[in-house]
Design a protein around this ligand. Structure first.
Ligand code: HEM
Length: 476
C-alpha cells in the first residue's frame, strides 16, 4: 500500500515529448497506433503518458495493473468517453458501447445467445457453413490463384454470425458482388478515426470517407430491417418462441424490462450491428494470422494436419461438437497466434471517478489505454517470447522452468466485460483449421510487400495472400 502523501501525479510519469498545443498527435499514424504505443512503452516503461492535443492519455502495459483496471468495471473504469457517442451516431449502440446499468441489462439479455447449449443446437449450421468455405477453397486450389484469405474468412464469420444470432442465412460465401461485408468494412476504420479525433469535424463538414460511411450505414440499416422483419414474422407464426427464443434476435424482440417494456427499435438495431461487427473481423483476423504462421512453419502445419486427420477422418469436417476438444495442438497454435498477433491489441478506457493505479493518482475523466500485447511479448512472462512455439501451451510442457504467465495473455479481455463470443470464436477457429489441414496444404504467395499489421480498431494482416493445394493432388 502506497502512503497517500507519496502518491505520484500524471505529471510525474515519463512519456514522449510533444508540441505545445498538439501534444504527440503528429507522431501518431492511426493505422499503426498500437506499434507506436508499443515503441514508446519500450522507451518509457509500462506506465507512461502521451498527449492528444493538451489532453493527457495514460498508457498501462504491465499485466497485473491491467487486470486491476479491467476488473474494476463498470464502477471505476468505462470504455473511453468518445466510444458511446461515436457508436450512437453510427447506430451501433449496444452491449459493447453501453455503460453502467444500461450495460448490465444488455449484457444479461445478450448472454444466452453465446452459451454452450446454444452452440450445441447451432452446430449443424456451423458444419454447413464450413462446407461452403471448403468448396470455395477447392475452387481456389483448382484455379491456382493466390487468395486474400482474410476476405474469405470475413465471409465465413458473417455467415456464421448471421445464422447463429439472427437465424438468417446470408450465404455470402457463395455470392460475389454486393455483399454486406463491403458496407461493414467501412465502419471499423471510421470508428478508429472518430474515437481518436480531437475535434468532431464530421458534425460540421463531411469528407468523402464520411459520406461513404453514411451510404454504408443506410445499406446496413436495410439489411438489418430485413432480419427484424423475418424475426417478427417467425414470432407471430410460433408464439411459443417468446418463452424459448432460439437465437439472439428472437431474444431481443421478446425481451421485457422490469416495467414490461420491450427494447426500442434503436436498441434492437444497435445490438444486431454490435454482434455483427464484434463477431466478424476479430475471428476472421485471428484465423488469417494463424494461416500466416502456418505458411511460415510447414513443420507446424504438418503436425496440425496429423491431429486434424486423426479427428475428422475422411469427412474432413468436424462431425460432433465434442470432437473440438480433441484438437489440442490446433488450440495451442491458435493461442500462440493470438499471443503474437492479438487482434485487439489496445483497449481504450477512461476513469469514471478520481482513482489510483499503483502509486499514481488518476483524475476522473482521464483516458487509460491498455496495451494488450505487451506482457505476452515479454520474456519475463513467456520464455523466448518473440518465437512462434505452440508447444508452450500444451499441458505437458508447462512444468519446465520457462516463464508462462496466463495472466499476461488476455486476447479476449478480462473482468466482467470479457468477450462473450469467446467460445463461439474458438469453435469457429477449430472448425476451419481442422477442415483446412485435413483437405489442403497452404503456402504463402509471394507478394511485392511483406505481410504487415494494419490497425483499424482491430488488427489485421495486410498483404496476406495464400495458395491452396488439395492434398493428394500432385503439384503441377
Ligand atoms: C478471436 C475472436 C475474438 C476476439 C480476439 C475478441 C476479443 C474481444 C475483446 C478483447 C473484447 C473486449 C473485452 C473487454 O473489454 O474486457 C471483446 C468484447 C466483445 N466481444 Fe469479442 N472477440 C472475439 C470474437 C467475438 C465473437 C465471435 C463475438 C460475437 C459473435 C464477440 C462479441 C463481443 C461482444 C458483444 C463484446 C462486448 C462485451 C462487453 O462490453 O460486455 N466477440 N471481444
Amino acid at each position: 500500500m502506497v502512503d497517500k502523501a507519496n502518491m505520484r501525479t500524471l505529471t510525474d510519469l515519463p512519456g514522449p515529448r510533444g508540441l505545445p498545443l498538439l501534444g504527440n498527435m503528429l507522431q501518431i499514424d492511426l493505422e499503426k497506433l498500437h506499434e507506436q504505443l508499443e515503441l514508446w512503452c519500450r522507451e518509457f516503461g509500462t506506465f507512461y503518458v502521451f498527449r492528444m492535443g493538451r489532453r493527457p492519455v495514460v498508457v498501462v502495459a504491465d499485466p497485473e495493473s491491467m487486470q486491476v483496471v479491467l476488473r474494476n468495471r463498470p464502477k471505476i473504469f468505462r470504455r473511453v468517453g468518445t466510444i458511446e457517442p461515436v457508436f450512437n451516431e453510427m447506430e451501433v449502440a449496444g452491449v459493447f458501447s453501453a455503460e453502467g446499468d444500461d450495460w448490465k441489462r444488455q449484457r444479461r439479455m445478450t448472454a444466452p445467445a453465446f452459451d454452450s447449449n446454444h452452440l450445441r443446437q447451432f452446430f449443424p449450421t456451423l458444419v454447413k457453413v464450413t462446407e461452403r468455405l471448403k468448396s470455395r477453397w477447392e475452387r481456389a486450389a483448382a484455379n491456382g490463384t493466390p487468395v486474400d484469405v482474410q476476405q474469405d474468412l470475413v465471409r465465413y464469420t458473417v455467415d456464421v454470425t448471421t445464422n447463429l444470432a439472427f437465424g438468417y442465412d446470408m450465404n455470402t460465401l457463395q455470392k460475389e458482388g454486393d455483399i454486406i461485408q463491403e458496407h461493414l468494412e467501412k465502419i471499423f476504420p471510421m470508428i478508429n478515426r472518430r474515437v481518436n479525433a480531437v475535434f468532431p469535424y464530421w458534425h460540421y463538414f463531411k469528407l468523402s470517407k464520411d459520406r461513404a460511411l453514411d451510404r454504408a450505414l443506410v445499406a446496413i440499416r436495410e439489411t438489418i430491417a430485413g432480419f427484424v422483419k423475418e424475426g417478427r414474422a417467425r414470432l407471430r407464426e410460433n408464439p411459443e418462441l417468446a418463452a424459448h427464443p432460439t437465437n439472439l434476435l428472437e431474444a431481443l424482440l421478446t425481451a421485457r424490462d422490469e416495467n414490461n417494456a420491450p427494447l426500442t427499435d434503436k436498441e434492437i438495431h444497435g445490438n444486431i450491428l454490435t454482434i455483427l461487427l464484434a463477431g466478424e473481423d476479430t475471428t476472421a483476423n485471428s484465423m488469417a494470422w494463424i494461416m500466416h504462421f502456418m505458411t511460415e512453419h510447414p513443420d507446424i502445419q504438418e503436425r496440425m494436419r496429423a491431429e486434424a486427420t486423426g479427428v475428422v477422418g475422411d469427412q474432413q469436417i468436424l462431425a460432433e461438437l465434442q470432437d473440438a476438444d480433441r484438437l489440442e495442438y490446433i488450440e495451442a497454435v491458435a493461442h500462440e497466434a493470438m499471443r503474437l498477433k492479438p487482434v485487439v491489441p489496445i483497449l481504450f478506457l477512461e476513469a469514471i471517478e478520481d482513482t489510483e493505479i499503483n502509486d499514481v493518482r488518476i483524475p476522473k475523466g482521464t483516458p487509460v489505454v491498455l496495451l494488450m500485447q505487451h506482457g505476452a511479448l515479454d520474456n519475463a512472462h513467456f520464455g523466448a517470447a518473440d518465437q512462434f512455439r505452440p508447444d508452450r501451451w500444451l499441458e505437458e510442457n508447462r512444468t519446465g522452468g520457462c516463464p508462462h504467465n496466463p495472466r499476461a495473455f488476455i486476447p479476449f479481455g478480462a473482468g466482467p466485460r470479457f468477450c462473450p463470443g469467446r467460445l463461439l470464436a474458438m469453435l469457429e477457429i477449430k472448425m476451419v483449421m481442422a477442415m483446412l489441414c485435413a483437405k489442403f496444404e497452404i503456402s504463402g504467395a509471394k507478394s511485392q510487400e511483406p505481410v504487415s499489421e494494419l490497425f483499424s480498431f482491430t488488427m489485421m494482416p495486410r498483404n496476406l495472400f495464400v495458395r491452396f493445394r488439395r492434398l493428394g493432388v500432385p503439384v503441377s
